[in-house]
Structure formats: C-alpha cells, structure tokens
Design a binder for this molecule. Structure first.
Ligand code: SAH
Ligand code: SF4
Length: 427
C-alpha cells in the first residue's frame, strides 16, 4: 500500500514537471513516505532523517517532506523534533502535494511549513495521477482505511475510517491500465472483503471482480488483503468461476489460539479459519495460501504459541510473514497484562520461520517436473542471463528467455526448486 502511495506522490510531482533524481544529494525535494506498523519501521525513519539533515546542511534550498503513517500520527510535532522538515502530510492527504507545489513552497529557500493530516472526507473519490513502477503489474486502490481495530494495530488510527472507492472509478482505472499494456492488477485494501459494504454503490467485492474480469486485455487479477472474518463462500465461488483471478489467497491468521485471537479482536476462531481454507482448497485444489503471524502478543503462553505452531503445520501454508508483536501507540493491546519477554518473542519467531522454510521448500519441490504458466515481468535481478515471472500462485520462476517474453503469459517446465524461487525452461 505504501509503495503504491509513493507512486501517487511521484505522479503528482511528475505531472508538475518534476523528474526523479538518481542521487539524493542532487535532489531539490525529498519525500520520505513512512510506515509505523511496527517500531522497527519508525526507527528506520529516524535514521534516514539523520542522513537527510547532513544533505540539507550542504544544500539549504533542499525541501524535505514527510508522508505516510508517521506523518499522520505525529503531525506538527515532527517540526519540533526535526526542524529541517518542510512539509508533513498523511496517507489520506496525498492530494495536498498539488497545493504545496503550486504555492511556490517547493522552490528557493522560502520557509513555509505546512501540515496536512486532517480528515479528507472525499479522498476516496479523488483521481490522482500515478507514476507506476514497472510496466506489467500495477497496484489499484479499491478502498482506504480500516474499521477493524485489531488490538495490536495502528492502521485504523493512521489511515482512518474505511471508505470504498466508487466501482466505476476502479473499473476505469483498470481499463486504462490494460489499454496501456499492463497485464495484471493487484487490488489493494486493508480488508478487501468488505469492499462496498459502507457505500451506496451496491456492488460487493465478488461483483467488482466480475466486472474487472470482463476487460478483454487484462490477463490477471490479484488482491490483498482479505480478512478471515469477512472472507465469504461467494468469493470462493467467484474465484473458481473467473479464470483470470489468480489462485492465491493471502489470509492473515495472526494466531492459532482462540484465546489470543479474541484478545486481538480478530472476530474468528481457528476452526472457522480452517473451515474457510478447507472450502477454498476444495474448490480450487491448486490454490496457494499465505498468511501473517504475530508471535508474542501480550498474554501469549507457551500453550497459545504451540497452537500457532500446530496451525502452521496443519494448514501447511505456501508462505508466511511472521512478526514479533510490537507495541504501538493508541492501541488496545498496550493495556493488556503479561507482555511477553523480548527473548521469548525472538525464539518463537525463529522457530516459526524455520518451520515454515521446510514447508515452503517441500511445496516448491513438488513443482519440479510440472508445467506452469507464468506472466513474465522482466530480467532476473540475480542472473542477467535469465528472465523472471510469476505463477498465478505467486511463485517466482526464473528461465532462459529474452526481452520479447516481457508481459507475455508463457509456459515453463520447472527443473529445479529452491526455497524462494523456481528454475525452469520455456516450452
Ligand atoms: N489489513 C491487513 C494487514 C495490515 S498490517 C490484515 O488485517 O490482514 C500487515 C501485518 O502486520 C498484519 O497482518 C500483522 O500480522 C502485522 N502487524 C500489524 N500490527 C502489528 C504489531 N503491532 N506488531 C507486530 N505485527 C503487526
Ligand atoms: Fe490492522 Fe486489523 Fe485493520 Fe488489518 S484488519 S489493518 S490488522 S486493524
């Protein structure tokens, strides 16, 4: 989501005649688009700002803007701590960059500090220019904000209330992307399964998929993130019916313990989650399932943690993103008793990651000798002789090919499986 927000920020600068510089020290403007989902992201921001301070000393005309969730959370107070910042704007105020450029504040050494973190009620209806990274796959926002208030999560406080973009705007954006040569769209929202619930459009997420599927030039449709509570049988049926909707489901479980899920305010039990995965796999036997796991949530006992371990083993995900619980300001989890020792968290995290590596590798090995269809994205980063693409199940495949393969759907025989990617030959 942040990567796509950065594309929107770059889009506004581009539209106003700015070009991307190759070196930080050659820049007139530097925008830091920040994340505050875990404490680590915030630490990165502070150290990055330290570097920019040195650059600004040498070039006093340089303007520094802070965007994203730290900007939203800290607002004006950032100017006090980092007096060399010029502009602060939150994730729902990206359109305010227009005004910053147009009032001349981005040029010369004029000091005029501005902050935009107000509730921008109509943000979800605004059409912003986007400077896209890549030419094959594109992100498309379908909703902003989140109403779920999971006990550990800062997103509802930084990205605000859930709002769905009008269906027609999304369909138009996807069409213009497909006309421009893009083959794949990934629909973005914190909880895509509740798309449309709070709007008057009367179209829900499966209906939106169906409409996007009608576009003749678009080859693939993906989406993140689904919330297990709102993940419906209707969506499973729609995924089965629509071939361009990729066989990949990212469904964050967070914990295998019902007690912890309740404390997290997730709104489902492990059995309910497992039942949904079973129905999904029954309908789409080749579907890849990935998840997010938090270890060391306040009160997580050894027994609770073991339930997460059992869940990972029982479900056998294709991949997981696992995190140590990180205390975030404003969140309910801060007030919970029995915070888990940092060392215990680290141990649990390492165990979970080690365990998943084995599962992922075994799953990849099963693909050796099979033929898969991939969408080619470009040259492989690790080996310039090779090209890289992804399967519908989101597995990375490297193969011998050339530039003419880019943006094509091709068939590849898998010869070798590694932990993070597959190697094969084009058929
Ligand atoms: N809206 C998405 C997730 C957004 S955040 C969803 O609900 O699935 C991405 C992931 O970061 C979450 O799934 C969670 O696993 C992790 N995360 C969020 N807050 C966290 C925190 N305080 N500590 C550790 N991990 C966290
Ligand atoms: Fe955070 Fe929960 Fe919303 Fe995801 S659904 S963004 S984890 S509050």
């Amino acid at each position: 989501m942040n990567v796509h927000d950065s594309e929107k920020i770059a889009g506004i600068f581009s539209e106003n005649g700015y070009e991307e510089s190759q070196e930080l020290r050659d820049s007139n403007i530097i925008v830091l688009n920040t994340c505050t989902i875990r404490a680590k992201a915030e630490q990165k921001f502070s150290s990055e700002l330290g570097r920019l301070k040195i650059i600004k000393k040498k070039n006093p005309d340089l303007k520094i803007a802070v965007a994203g969730c730290i900007a939203q959370q800290k607002g004006k107070s950032l100017f006090k701590r980092f007096p060399y910042i010029d502009f602060v704007f939150g994730p729902n105020n990206i359109d305010s960059v227009h005004g910053w450029i147009n009032n001349g504040s981005t040029k010369g050494n004029k000091r005029s500090r501005r902050t935009h973190t107000e509730d921008n009620h109509e943000y979800h209806t605004k059409l912003l220019p986007v400077k896209r990274e890549g030419e094959v796959r594109a992100w498309v926002s379908i909703m902003y904000g989140c109403n779920n208030f999971c006990a550990y999560c800062v997103v509802p406080y930084t990205r605000g209330r859930e709002r769905s973009r009008p269906g027609q705007d999304i369909i138009d954006e996807a069409r213009s992307l497909a006309d421009g040569g893009f083959k794949e769209v990934t629909l973005l929202g914190q909880n895509v399964n509740s798309y449309g619930k709070l709007s008057h459009d009367n179209i829900d997420f499966p209906d939106l998929l169906r409409k996007l599927h009608e576009d003749k030039k678009l080859e693939r449709i993906r989406f993140v993130t689904s919330h297990p509570r709102d993940f419906s049988d209707k969506l499973i049926g729609t995924m089965k019916e629509l071939p361009k909707v990729c066989d990949h489901m990212h469904l964050p479980l967070q914990s295998g313990s019902d007690r912890i899920l309740k404390l997290m305010n997730r709104g489902y039990t492990y059995n309910e989650y497992k039942g949904k995965i079973d129905r999904l796999r029954h309908a789409l036997p080749d579907v890849a399932v990935t998840t997010d796991i938090i270890v060391g949530f306040p009160g997580e006992t050894d027994e609770d943690y073991q339930e997460t371990v059992s869940a990972i083993s029982e479900i056998a995900f294709d991949g997981i993103y696992a995190f140590k619980y990180s205390e975030r300001p404003d969140t309910k989890a801060l007030e919970l008793p029995d915070h888990v020792d940092e060392q215990v968290k680290s141990m649990r995290l390492q165990q979970v990651l080690d365990m998943q590596e084995k599962i992922t590798y075994q799953k990849n090995l099963k693909l050796e000798g099979t033929i898969v269809e991939i969408l080619v994205e470009g040259p492989s980063e690790s080996d310039p002789e090779k090209m890289t693409g992804r399967t519908g199940t989101n597995k990375i495949v490297h193969f011998h090919g050339d530039k003419n393969d880019i943006a094509q759907l091709i068939r590849v025989r898998i010869d070798e499986a590694k932990l993070h990617s597959l190697y094969g030959e084009k058929l």
